[in-house]
Design a protein around this ligand. Structure first.
Ligand code: FAD
Length: 385
């Protein structure tokens, strides 16, 4: 039986990204196995993220914006991102791009089927797919299910759920030069609710209804809200729905372990790459994948020293606590953040790249009382747990 150097259990965003990053190094000659339920052919995600300059997947960035709209509580702005670009990648472009890149490597193999077990072993790890076992030196597991999260006391467990319609209007109604990052003008219903709009051209855009809350809604409800937004806020006349997407991702400060045993490394959402307070994951997956590939290249082991991010984890927990306990409307907090700070400072903060002095500057623009109450609750919750 062939033994692989690296096995990706799950070949979605994280599994494919890691394989792609490995393929950019001399490790491209290693034996690599990618396993997924089925070939990724559907356009099942639209990933947005911001960055300065070019990223690893520039050829499949289908749109990018240097100005984005923000609609908050009594404050609207067209925000110049000051060197950042808000970028959009469609899974329907990303999957075949990575696949073409990997198909040039004869030592990269693919297996499609249901993974029923992943095992850490003394000298490596193995995966069982439809009853067949495959062994390797290192295994990267990105399978994730919300139900697999064993809730821990003192932690927050919210969901980010969204329904998006790609629409084509009869009339030219969109400005393809500007996306809408967040539109909070809709009813909040005691939760955090907003829309974002990603225009492809003057007639076509992805319009996505996003909710941060504890519970999902019915499909009819999501659909009704999207239709209402198109009518009341975008003033679309006749239009066709070309494509729909629905997603649920965790918004949690659950302590995700980086690995299971010695040879199974957890990646993607399963490895805690989803930012607890925003749900943004795609760019963090790229940073993590690059770090794993660099570590394998230089040390032969995929062990990445976690940069000290302690204060950002605490800020995330505090924001989740404000949300979960309904301490202050998040719509107003985001409004204050974007109204009283240069938008680029907020993006840098969400990227966890700001200095402590910048963090204090940002915090001074938000109300103290709910965050102090949240801090007390978070610390007390952890100590009690
Ligand atoms: C609709 C949607 C839109 C999103 N938009 C954004 C965004 O704009 N920006 C952003 O930063 N993040 C976004 N996210 C969050 C995040 O980037 C994505 O969820 C991303 O796909 C996570 O990558 P992953 O590899 O962890 O999971 P996935 O991409 O889901 O990959 C996991 C893979 O494991 C496979 N798998 C699972 N179980 C098994 C099994 N038993 N056997 C075989 N294979 C299995 C699955 O088929 C899948 O291919 C979005 C998420 C969703 C759901």
């Amino acid at each position: 039986m062939q033994r692989y150097d690296y096995i990706m259990a799950g070949a979605g965003a994280a599994g494919l990204s890691l394989a792609y990053h490995l393929a950019q190094t001399p490790l491209r000659d290693k034996a690599i196995l990618l396993v997924d339920k089925e070939p990724k052919t559907a356009n099942d995600h639209t990933w947005c993220f911001w960055e300065r300059g070019d990223g690893p997947f520039e050829p499949v960035v289908c749109r990018q914006w240097k100005d984005v709209y923000f609609y908050g509580a009594g404050y609207d702005a067209l925000m110049d991102l000051d060197g950042y670009r808000y970028k959009m990648i469609r899974a329907g472009d990303f999957y075949p791009f990575v696949r073409r890149e990997l198909e040039r490597l004869p030592n990269v193999h693919w297996v499609y089927g249901d993974i029923t077990a992943v095992r850490d072993e003394a000298d490596g790890a193995s995966v069982v797919v439809d009853g067949n076992a495959y062994a390797g030196n290192w295994l990267f597991d990105s399978r994730f299910g919300l139900s697999s999260l064993a809730r821990q006391p003192g932690r927050h467990y919210l969901l980010q759920h969204f329904k998006g319609w790609e629409v084509e209007a009869d009339e030219p109604v969109f400005d393809p030069g500007k996306a809408t990052l967040m539109d909070f003008r809709i009813e909040q219903h005691g939760e955090t609710r907003f829309f974002y709009v990603l225009p492809f051209d003057e007639r076509r855009a992805l319009v996505e209804f996003t909710i941060f809350s504890a519970d999902l809604l019915t499909d009819d409800y999501y659909e009704g809200e999207v239709a209402r937004y198109l009518r009341d806020f975008l003033h679309l006349g006749a239009y066709r729905v070309l494509h729909k997407e629905f997603g649920v991702i965790p918004m949690t400060d659950h302590p995700f372990p980086g690995q299971r045993g010695n040879h199974v490394i957890l990646t993607g959402t399963a490895g805690g790459q989803t930012k607890a307070s925003t749900g943004y994951t795609f760019r963090r997956i790229q940073q993590h994948s690059k770090a794993l590939a660099d570590a394998l290249l230089t040390t032969g082991r995929p062990h990445v020293a976690a940069p000290f991010k302690g204060q950002f984890a605490l800020y995330d927990s505090m924001l989740l606590n404000v949300m979960a306990r309904n301490r202050y409307p998040i719509k107003e907090i985001f409004t204050l953040l974007f109204q009283k700070n240069p938008p680029a400072r907020i993006l840098k903060f969400l990227d966890e790249d700001t200095s402590f002095a910048e963090d204090l500057q940002i915090m001074s623009t938000t109300p103290y009382a709910p965050f102090l109450a949240a801090l007390w609750d978070v610390v007390r919750g952890r100590v009690t747990a």
